[in-house]
Design a protein around this ligand. Structure first.
Ligand code: HEM
Length: 178
């Protein structure tokens, strides 16, 4: 496999990605329950590697991704009001853009967890209810899947990347909504 550093494309050869979950699932020292959560969704080191390989494609499409999220959020009056009261659309777009790209660093460590706790607190403070948070995650997932289909041309790569990305989105929701 000589495509490790290339962006997601038809040439991504993912055949050697599947190791046994037992040997490669992601663990964090001192986080027993979180480790069980990650094992339950089968989040492995190869998922984290795959994220890094997909990152360039996400960066190329980041404006489209953030615009889609913001158009949907601003379509809800209540959410627009929260944003205008506590922040601004431009500021949040920048924040979200950085946040999304960071997911594709494939780093799930202490800093990652601490940041999700902070995000949870900020959203609680501005009065964002979990149902809206979950709705925008679905939106994010819709856009990601669309972008993955655009950037890849073989079924195996598509399936693996979609699975990996949805695992990460799910983990993020588990942490933020805890
Ligand atoms: C702040 C992510 C959905 C409103 C933030 C921050 C992040 C973030 C990373 C910055 C935290 C920090 O300063 O360290 C997300 C993600 C979402 C989401 C990943 C879902 C996919 C929403 C929605 C609203 C919203 C639906 C609608 C009202 C805000 C506001 C702040 C914030 C008002 C405070 C910004 C500030 O202090 O300037 N969000 N967010 N977020 N978010 Fe969200």
């Amino acid at each position: 496999n000589n495509n490790v550093d290339s962006p997601a494309s038809h040439s991504l050869d993912l055949k050697h990605q599947s190791k046994s979950a037992e040997e490669s699932f992601h663990k964090l020292e001192g986080h027993d329950e979180l480790n069980e959560q990650m094992r339950m969704i089968d989040l492995s080191e190869s998922d984290l590697n795959l994220l890094r390989r997909v990152k360039p494609s996400v960066e190329q499409n980041i404006d489209y991704i953030t615009d889609q999220i913001y158009n949907s959020v601003l379509g809800v009056d209540k959410l627009e009001a929260i944003i205008l009261e506590h922040s601004s659309i431009e500021r949040l777009k920048t924040t979200l853009r950085e946040h999304i790209i960071e997911i594709f660093d494939g780093k799930v460590d202490e800093e990652y967890i601490a940041k999700r706790l902070k995000i949870a607190n900020i959203h609680k403070r501005v009065g964002l209810e979990p149902k809206w948070y979950l709705s925008s995650f679905q939106n994010l997932q819709n856009v990601f899947i669309q972008v993955i289909y655009k950037e890849t041309h073989d079924d195996n790569a598509r399936l693996q990347i979609v699975q990996t990305v949805t695992k990460l989105l799910n983990l993020e929701q588990q942490l933020v909504l805890e």
